[in-house]
Write a protein that binds this ligand. Structure first.
Ligand code: FE
Length: 193
């Protein structure tokens, strides 16, 4: 099966659930996040990362109340593992680091913490809270730290109830353009002849 079809099926079938206390569904959140990435002229890799940054939530059995219970399902690592079969590090590393980016921003940007939604503040505790100085230095040494921070800021915007954004199928070409699989080579060959 085409991996894009697998991804779309996961988002459509499991993305109707609410996004952890926010006024949008998981699918709405993903679509809004990708839309904001396009609006700021992000690379195709970062647009793909924005669309797919929370697939780990859809893959896991965690409940809507995992933050209430003080647990963290590590959805960012689950997402990276699942997606790395098909996408390279420019897509998967910002995803893997987007929770760390939140903890980084809480430690380094005084205005960031004040703007977090109540649900995001609640999950921050389960995620380990703001980084300490050593963790900040380690995060800054990551190759895709800047993209992870950019993704995090898009993630925080993408919670607007009823916002009208382009639908999932409009992202097929963007995802195909950053696939590592033979499907991409087939399409590239087809397009160049
Ligand atoms: Fe998110």
């Amino acid at each position: 099966m085409n991996p894009i079809d697998d991804i779309f099926q996961l988002l459509e079938e499991r993305g109707q659930t609410s996004y952890f206390g926010e006024p949008v569904s998981q699918l709405d959140h993903a679509l809004q996040c990708a839309h904001y990435a396009i609006e700021e002229c992000a690379s195709n890799e970062l647009i793909a990362a924005a669309l797919l940054h929370d697939v780990g939530h859809l893959l896991s059995e965690e409940g809507d109340d995992s933050a209430d219970q003080g647990t963290d399902a590590l959805h960012e690592e689950l997402g990276q593992q699942w997606l790395s079969k098909h996408f390279g590090p420019a897509v998967t590393r910002p995803i893997a680091l987007h929770v760390a980016a939140k903890r980084y921003l809480c430690a380094t940007d005084q205005t960031y913490l004040a703007r977090l939604s109540p649900a995001s503040l609640k999950s921050l505790r389960a995620q380990g809270g703001a980084m300490n100085a050593e963790q900040v230095a380690s995060f800054e040494s990551e190759e895709f730290a800047d993209d992870a921070i950019r993704l995090r800021r898009l993630d925080d915007l993408a919670k607007i109830q009823g916002k009208n954004v382009p639908p999932l199928p409009s992202y097929r070409a963007t995802l195909e353009s950053v696939l590592m699989s033979p499907l991409r080579d087939v399409n590239l060959t087809r397009n160049s002849t």
